[in-house]
Design a protein around this ligand. Structure first.
Ligand code: GRF
Length: 192
């Protein structure tokens, strides 16, 4: 069975969706390791509740980005990871991780890419007075949210939406399309 490594920085609700899908057999793969760059990421607790190894790797313990990423790659390799899922991982992935996992690393983003890449995608949609927004699962490449798209889900942007209300509506879709995209990858139905 394919081993999945998940990189997080915070809440971990997408991680939870992946764990649940894996446990109920919707994803024929195992979440084998969760890595966070933040010590207080709630996703670490979520993983532990499901007996999934979860580690905080502190960027401050490393002299530069490359050595930090080498530690991440080493950890992923220890668990024989064949797919890396970024789930609210707030660091830009650099060349060390990409060299090892390009084509085997995917991300979820809260907009219909290529619209609104980067931070605060929901706020960008509101400021742009968009009528629709949504979520995208895509392969990770060198750019910021530029990799090829695997799945998208659309949601309406309502007139009285706030960043919070729009984020919540999008998040509901994220939790559906992320496990679905992982399933497509694991079953060999999408390739980089
Ligand atoms: C999600 O909105 C995801 O699209 C973005 O960061 C957020 C992470 O949320 N990349 P969570 O930690 O999965 O709850």
């Amino acid at each position: 069975m394919l081993n999945i490594g998940v990189l997080i920085s915070g809440r971990g609700s997408n991680l939870q969706a992946l764990i649940d899908a894996s446990e109920c057999g919707d994803i024929p793969a195992k979440i084998s390791i969760v890595i966070s760059n933040k010590s207080d990421a709630y996703g670490l607790e979520r993983a532990k509740k499901h007996n999934i190894p979860a580690v905080f790797i502190n960027p401050r313990d490393f002299s530069d980005k490359n050595s930090y990423e080498r530690k991440i790659v080493e950890t992923l390799k220890q668990y024989n990871v064949g797919l890396v899922c970024l789930a609210g991982y707030m660091k830009i992935v650099g060349e060390v991780i990409l060299t090892e996992y390009k084509g085997k690393m995917i991300n979820i983003h809260p907009s219909l890419l290529p619209k609104y890449p980067g931070l605060h995608a929901q706020k960008q949609a509101l400021e742009d007075k968009a009528k629709v927004s949504g979520a995208t699962v895509h392969f990770v490449d060198e750019g910021c949210d530029t990799g090829s798209i695997i799945l998208q889900a659309e949601v309406p942007v309502l007139e009285n939406d706030t960043e919070d209300s729009l984020s919540a509506r999008i998040l509901e879709q994220e939790h559906k399309i992320y496990p679905e995209a992982v399933r497509l990858f694991v079953e060999g139905k999408v390739k980089f």
